[in-house]
Design a protein around this ligand. Structure first.
Ligand code: FES
Length: 613
């Protein structure tokens, strides 16, 4: 770096403070000094450059709150984020802190190829290093679109700086010819109708213009909404912060409240490690099941927990899921949208319902400084949410008139327990996941012959081939689409072959090492682990092999004798890894889906204990 030479006489600017700074050893702007071999010079230089940006001594004596901004022209879901960042900044200033916005990469779910999941760990790593290497006493993480929030949570946990997660909030619904529409469950439903010949091209053009009508994330209980909701249950968000729509003033108020809270965290030093424990993850999993949330959250929550040194397993999801009914009527498991859930009271109302049934760990801590039980006690009374009344009270008040329909009671739930189930067996020794709430009940126990696709591209090319030997009983198998092979795209919910769709078939059993969008539905077995590219049994399936699924019992088996599988194993060769760059690193480092698909090198140190929550 060149010296900041000036011909002017040296000035001890009352604005930029004394040369070398005044806050040595106190964190603030003098934390994480740039290494020049002379700390005093580093402080002096830092303040000289900050003076060029208009910061004076009054500014620089404050606690610094970084604001991680995932705005991008490509991330349409985040298009109102600049306004939200402004609201956060106002909150930080009101509470006496210094807000400093910084950009990170963004992950536009719909515009990234081959899948945003391939870049979740890259964003997590980038955000962690930005938090760790720049001076900030606390950070507000502004995310929303599917992979941004899990990446930011992973980063916050690893950097372990006081952190508040903020989301942009869901879109409002649109309508077409009198029918209410929302992304992306209705995108998929109407596309399926188009493939079945029920909607023509011109109608689809009209639909396309009315599916995504405002800024914000998908307005069903997809991955973005799910991650927002379970982050609130984890205790890392302002109470009531998950569901206010992006277009609402309440969303901005949550932003301002998050800014104020971040300053409090900077002062108290309350970090993710002082908030999160096994109880937090118990509450998050309970919420995930009760909302009928996205299966993607299983992977993301596992990765966050692993970063926190609190490993959770698929068995924890299954065990907690078996005790937790589906309480929220939201697409894709139900018929309502996020704005309805929000009007019904959102997460504070849902958590109160779960709390009444004794399904939550009340002593779990939250970033407010109160336990979740204390937060909910205040919410039960509908007077305020402890510590941070505005967002939570608004949500609960709004819910008084709408609650009955969208949020059901534990005694009269919207659906049975176990909205997400885990299956294991000879086809998935390390487990696989199915969203039972979005599956066809008649297919939850099914045995049928396999039809195998070796890649997403092959499935795309062959699915509509009229010569395919296929029936409604066929089990569609998509492999080489797991974390290592393909970054784990949301391709597991293969479209039904056009021939069957036009004949009236509405669902088939599908099995894959890929993921499925949180907005999708169908009898789809996901995250088969080990993945095919890692040599899992999925790699050995051949057309016509019988596959047996029994979700009630929790099994997924390949009905082929061991000798034949051993012969196939000898002949199997792993696919070639990508040639270079991030994709090569990812393929070499990524862990299996059942371990959260994080990079091995990003494991916490020292090694975490083994037990679940
Ligand atoms: Fe961004 Fe659905 S595409 S949340």
């Amino acid at each position: 770096m060149s010296e900041p030479v000036s011909d002017n006489p040296p000035v001890v600017d009352p604005g930029s403070g004394t040369p070398g700074g005044t806050s040595v050893g106190r964190g603030g702007i003098d934390a994480t000094l740039t290494s020049y071999g002379d700390p005093a010079f580093s402080r002096f230089l830092r303040r000289a450059f900050l003076a060029s940006a208009g910061y004076d001594a009054t500014d620089l004596d404050r606690s610094v709150v970084g604001i991680a901004d995932t705005s991008s022209g490509y991330t349409t879901c985040h298009r109102q984020m600049p306004e939200l960042v402004e609201a956060v900044s106002r909150g930080v200033l009101e509470a006496g802190g210094l807000p400093v916005r910084f950009s990170t990469m963004s992950l536009p779910e719909i515009l990234l190829s081959p899948t945003a999941m391939l870049f979740r760990n890259l964003l997590a790593m980038e955000t962690e290093e930005q938090i760790r290497s720049q001076p900030m006493d606390a950070v507000v993480l502004c995310g929303g679109c599917d992979k941004t929030v899990p990446a930011q949570l992973m980063a916050a946990v690893s950097a372990d700086v006081p952190a508040v997660q903020l989301v942009v909030g869901p879109m409002l619904t649109g309508s077409w010819r009198g029918e209410r529409l929302g992304a992306c469950t209705d995108c998929r439903r109407l596309w399926a109708a188009h493939r079945a010949g029920e909607l023509d091209e011109s109608q689809m053009v009209e639909v396309q213009a009315n599916l995504c009508t405002t800024a914000g994330t998908c307005m069903v209980m997809g991955t973005a909404s799910t991650m927002a909701c379970i982050t609130e249950a984890l205790g890392l968000m302002v109470p009531g912060g998950a569901t206010p729509p992006a277009a609402s003033g309440r969303r901005l108020r949550v932003g301002t409240e998050s800014g104020r809270l971040a300053v409090e965290l900077a002062v108290t030093g309350r970090r993710p490690s002082s908030v999160l424990d096994r109880r937090s993850f118990h509450n998050a999993i309970t919420a995930l099941i009760a909302i009928g949330g996205s299966t993607n959250a299983v992977i993301h929550l596992t990765a966050v927990a692993r970063r926190a040194g609190i490993p959770i397993s698929l068995d924890d999801f299954d065990r907690i899921g078996r005790n937790t009914p589906l309480l929220v009527d939201c697409k894709p498991a139900g018929s309502s949208y996020l704005e309805d859930f929000d009007r019904a009271g959102g997460m504070p109302a849902l958590l109160c319902e779960l709390d009444r049934a004794g399904l939550l760990e009340r002593e779990a801590r939250t970033i407010t400084g109160s336990t979740l039980g204390e937060v909910l006690d205040a919410t039960h009374g509908s007077t305020a949410v402890v510590g941070h009344p505005s967002a939570g009270k608004d949500a609960v008040d709004a819910g008084r008139t709408h609650r009955a329909g969208v949020i059901r009671s534990v005694t009269e739930p919207f659906g049975p327990t176990g909205s997400i189930r885990v299956v294991r067996g000879t086809l998935a020794p390390d487990g696989a996941v199915i969203k039972a709430a979005a599956a066809s009940p008649a297919l939850l126990r099914h045995t049928g012959p396999a039809l195998v696709f070796d890649s997403v591209e092959e499935a795309e090319a062959r699915l509509d081939d009229p010569e395919l030997d296929i029936s409604a009983d066929t089990v569609l198998v998509l492999r080489n689409a797991g974390p290592r092979a393909a970054g784990m795209p949301e391709a597991a919910s293969l479209p039904l072959p056009r021939r069957l769709a036009t004949a009236g078939v509405t669902d088939m059993v599908r099995v894959s090492d890929a993921r499925m969008s949180g907005t999708a539905y169908g009898t789809v077995v996901l995250h088969v682990s080990p993945e095919a590219a890692a040599g899992g049994p999925l790699a050995l399936v051949q057309d016509g092999d019988l596959i047996a699924l029994d979700v009630g019992v929790g099994t997924l088996d390949l009905l082929v004798d061991e000798g034949e599988l051993a012969r196939r194993q000898v002949a199997w060769r792993p696919p070639e890894p990508p040639a270079r760059g991030w994709r090569r690193l990812h393929a070499e480092q990524v862990l299996s889906a059942h371990l959260g698909a994080d990079l091995e090198v990003l494991a916490p140190s020292p090694s975490p204990p083994e037990a679940g929550p």
